[in-house]
Design a protein around this ligand. Sequence first.
Ligand code: NAD
Ligand code: DAU
Length: 337
Amino acid sequence: MKLLVTGGAGFIGSMFVRRRMAARPDEKLIVLDALTYAGNLASLAQVKGFEFVHGDICDQPLVERTLAEHQIDAIVHFAAESHVDRSILGPMAFARTNLMGTATLLECARRGGVKRFLHISTDEVYGDLGPNDAPFSEQTPIAPRSPYSASKAGSDHLVRAYFETYGFPTLITRCSNNYGPYQFPEKFIPHMILNALSDTPLPIYGDGQNIRDWIHVEDHCAAVERVLEAGRPGEVYNIGGRAERPNLEIARAILEALGKPESLLKFVTDRLGHDRRYAIDDRKIERELGWSCARRLDEGLAATVKWYQTNDEWCRQVRSGEYRKWVTLNYDNRDGT
Ligand code: NAD
Ligand code: DAU
């Protein structure tokens, strides 16, 4: 199979590429990534054998060329603007990449005869839950509440429409909150770990009782591989970690793991429209594809804390912005512009 992975330099996409190339070193794999602030080729530094195309999924001629040149059979589409806080400050980039980018990719892929299109979506498209509500199932109505989740929901609708209208073989996964190595520290868990390591206050939004369902990024990627292999076109598969926790509990566990005092916790103004609780019913993927989450949250979190402690060079470059200079030197100036 000749595989195109969009967003392969991001947090989850890079884990997918690392795993895939380790298991199938002879497979032809192309990463297409715009290297926005969230893309970091250092996350792929140890991986050999893939090809990298620096480009934007909204750039139709480039996408067409890439699909044709490499005779792509299947696409795993991770590329997105992914951070809710940024979507509140600047929603247009989310509409552009998540909606227009996905539309461009779908259209090029359909015309280019791609045989499988796996769209990586999120549980946030379902909206939020009260404390006693049943977890989101694949039948839960779509009801996004942030510009990020609305743009992802829009992209899900486009993907579904391509299946219904053209019979184009699309699949959708909707996963809960990921954590693990190489996650950009704007996200909750790495943000808490790095602040704790530098004795900087840990900002807890609102009352800290918002609940997320946490899954290790390797478990998510294992599920994505199962869906790519054996999922039924036209279907949606929820993926979850079966580990619902209030944010405050996670922050406290991180402080404890690092031997830091609770006085570092700092309650701050809440996120606008902050979703209260996410929970996932992932019985469909377990029943149909035999996937279930392998890692326990306490073990995965301990390993993640250790990773950020021991990979201080990756963290230093990300925090200082030095990783961007490297991108600029290697790619932005390639043609002398
Ligand atoms: P990320 O922000 O870490 O990475 C996104 C990647 O996409 C980056 O490498 C970036 O350079 C690239 N990109 C952004 N805009 C692009 C464009 N216009 N053209 C080409 N490349 C572009 O995101 P992530 O956390 O790895 O999430 C990956 C996917 O998984 C997203 O679609 C996200 O919605 C979904 N998801 C994330 C989570 C989570 O907890 N992080 C959970 C469920 C689903
Ligand atoms: O559920 C899947 C989604 O999970 C993905 O689709 C998104 O791409 C991903 O960013 C994530 O969204 P969240 O908004 O849940 O993740 P975030 O890490 O931004 O925040 C997790 C929780 O922690 C949320 O309740 C807000 C809170 N928070 C976050 C930050 C960054 C804080 O209390 N303090 C913080 O500094």
